[in-house]
Design a protein around this ligand. Structure first.
Ligand SMILES: [Mg+2]
Length: 272
């Protein structure tokens, strides 16, 4: 087994011109899975099909909300679904693919370059679901940790938001309004913790469903200073929400699941 991994490592090193311990190499199999497997497509399609199956029940029941942040009287508010963007609606695996094949690590500069290309493809099932919401008069609001860095005058928005809206339009989600795209840093207090943005939306809408690829797209305070065991426990605590109010898309390449693990990460691998 050891030799097997050594030879794989050697082959990858040649292929990638980088050492086996590098971050880029760690995503090799994860990216293959996202980009090549029928299983990935089946997973995302399954999530969106399930959501579509449940949406009418969510709309009928005026006491139904998917957001813990939704408090007070919300039954008369118009319905909205809240969606993360990256690896939930848009697929950035080609950005990661470039790192795997050419080397290098994530940086703000290369990420901004990628966003400016507006060339991300859609996560399978997402576009059909979003467009079905239009027919049902359900507002789709996006909460993304794409960072809004305002270059122009106050109130002029940011290029990251405009690029995101254009990319969404290219994959078939037309007419998204800037006010329905809430980026990190767009307002004071809008940090990468999405709680404050869910609170903001819950003042205007009854949030009937949440979509994301990270536990932080559903719950607050789960992205740092927390153990994997506690995150597991929370998934169990809210087990009735999954596939009903909360829809998790698969992402084995990055996320707070990885960030909460200390180094060396090998200590989280269990063996018999
Ligand atoms: Mg995401």
């Amino acid at each position: 087994m050891k030799n097997f991994f050594r030879s794989i490592c050697a082959a990858l090193s040649v292929l990638l011109s980088a050492g086996c311990a590098s971050t880029a190499n760690n995503n090799f199999n994860s990216l293959l899975w996202m980009q090549s497997s029928a299983e990935y497509r089946a997973n995302t399609t399954q999530a969106y099909n399930m959501a579509l199956k449940n949406i009418d029940a969510a709309l009928r029941d005026r006491k139904w909300t998917a957001a813990k942040e939704q408090t007070g009287e919300f039954s008369s508010l118009p319905p909205a679904v809240v969606m993360d963007i990256d690896e939930t609606v848009l697929d950035n695996s080609r950005y990661m693919g470039k790192m795997v094949l050419d080397g290098g690590e994530w940086s703000q500069a290369t990420w901004d370059e990628w966003l400016a290309l507006k060339d991300a493809t859609a996560v399978p099932g997402a576009v059909e679901f979003i467009n079905a919401m239009k027919d049902k008069h359900v507002r789709v609001v996006f909460i993304s940790n794409r960072e809004c860095r305002k270059g122009g005058k106050p109130g002029s928005g940011c290029s990251q938001e405009a690029d995101t809206i254009e990319n969404l339009s290219k994959v078939g989600v037309a007419g998204v309004l800037p006010e329905n795209v809430l980026l990190a840093g767009e307002r004071d207090g809008w940090t990468s913790e999405k709680k404050s943005r869910r609170e903001e939306i819950s003042k205007q809408y009854r949030i009937v469903m949440l979509f994301g690829d990270d536990l932080g797209d559903f719950l607050a305070d789960v992205k740092s200073s927390i153990t994997p065991e506690e995150r597991d426990r929370l998934v169990g605590e809210y087990k009735n929400n999954w596939g009903r109010k909360w829809f998790m898309l698969p992402n084995p390449t990055y996320g707070s699941w990885l960030n909460v693990l200390g180094d060396p990460k090998s200590r989280y691998i269990r063996k018999y």
